[in-house]
Design a protein around this ligand. Structure first.
Ligand SMILES: [Ca+2]
Ligand SMILES: [Ca+2]
Length: 321
């Protein structure tokens, strides 16, 4: 029996709705504050302090890494909300991302460094073709970069860490200032405030709408929502399809970076972040599986096999909290 028929047969007739669940998006400000945004109430609360103006963020386990404009990366314990260390970097840390093991840290000049998060040691470095980097992201086995050149590129994490591993993913309608991922959508925020959306598989543009003023940060939320941050301190929570504003707040400090801390974590099978577990997720899982994409690696062992199918089926039947 084919994988598709096997899964569809096992899940026939099952559709489980996930209840609304409050997730957290972390906000780093240029005044060195770390704030926590509640995705359901729209409230931003103080979480802790960085030692420099926050320009970029990434999380590995319980540690938040914060890049500042002055050549330092700080580690912040998410359990105690205290800084636990820092190391110097030779890039200006305009963007940061992680594959869960190393940090990728970008420079506005176009360099990307692969850095050991424990020691700060530079493990490898590359110079991107288009430069002016503002954004990095990791999604389903790819490392993405984007910048003021309007070009977004991506490279498989399984390829050599080399500029030649990057292919052009899309040319955005505006200078790219931020990026996020919502299932099969790549969402780019531009310096002119426009939000552009692309098909993750092919890079095709699937629409755009007006957001805030400069999109210094974007974070996909469950339920097809999007959070847009402007350097003015404004946070807009919008309908991810139409851009209609759902909630608006201002944190009173210039925002430097957004990081979706646990968005979608309560229901990992909701692969398209729709907020509902249904056949759309089944079809997406099958598509990822058949195309050998690591979004289908639900066991997290780096291999796609029948164990991932079994994991999908057993979790799907249980449903989401
Ligand atoms: Ca879904
Ligand atoms: Ca697996």
């Amino acid at each position: 029996m084919s994988t598709r028929r096997c899964i569809m047969g096992a899940l026939a007739g099952i559709a489980v709705a996930a209840a609304a669940h409050a997730d957290t998006v972390l906000i780093g400000t240029q005044f060195s504050s770390i704030l926590a945004y509640n995705t359901e109430t729209g409230a931003a609360t103080f979480r802790g302090f960085c030692a420099g103006p926050v320009h970029s963020m990434a999380v590995i386990g319980d540690t938040l890494y914060l890049g500042d404009d002055f050549g330092s990366v700080y580690s912040f314990d998410l359990n105690t909300n205290l800084l636990t260390g820092a190391f110097p970097v030779s890039v200006d840390a305009t963007a940061m991302a992680t594959d869960g093991e190393v940090l990728f840290i970008a420079d506005s000049g176009g360099e990307i460094q692969k850095v050991d998060p424990q020691t700060g040691a530079v493990l490898d470095t590359l110079q991107t073709q288009f430069g002016q980097l503002t954004s990095l992201g990791v999604h389903w086995g790819y490392l993405y970069n984007g910048g003021l050149s309007t070009v977004a590129e991506r490279a498989s994490l399984f390829d050599d860490f080399d500029a030649s591993s990057f292919d052009i993913f899309s040319v955005c309608g505006g200078a790219i200032n931020s990026m996020t991922f919502s299932g099969i959508k790549v969402i780019l925020g531009s310096t002119n405030g426009t939000i552009y959306r692309y098909d993750e598989f092919h890079g095709d543009n699937i629409g755009y709408y007006a957001g805030g003023t400069d999109s210094v940060g974007v974070a996909a939320l469950t339920g097809n929502r999007l959070l847009i941050a402007d350097s003015s301190g404004q946070l807009l929570q919008v309908d991810g399809e139409t851009g209609d504003v759902l909630m608006e707040t201002n944190v009173g400090e210039p925002i430097g970076a957004l990081l979706a801390l646990d968005v979608g974590a309560a229901c990992p099978l909701d692969l398209d972040l729709s907020g509902i577990l249904d056949l759309g997720d089944v079809q997406l899982f099958i598509m990822l599986f058949l195309q050998n994409r690591n979004g289908a690696d639900l066991t997290g062992d780096g291999v796609l096999d029948i164990a991932d199918v079994g994991e999908f089926v057993s979790q799907f039947v249980v449903g989401c909290p």
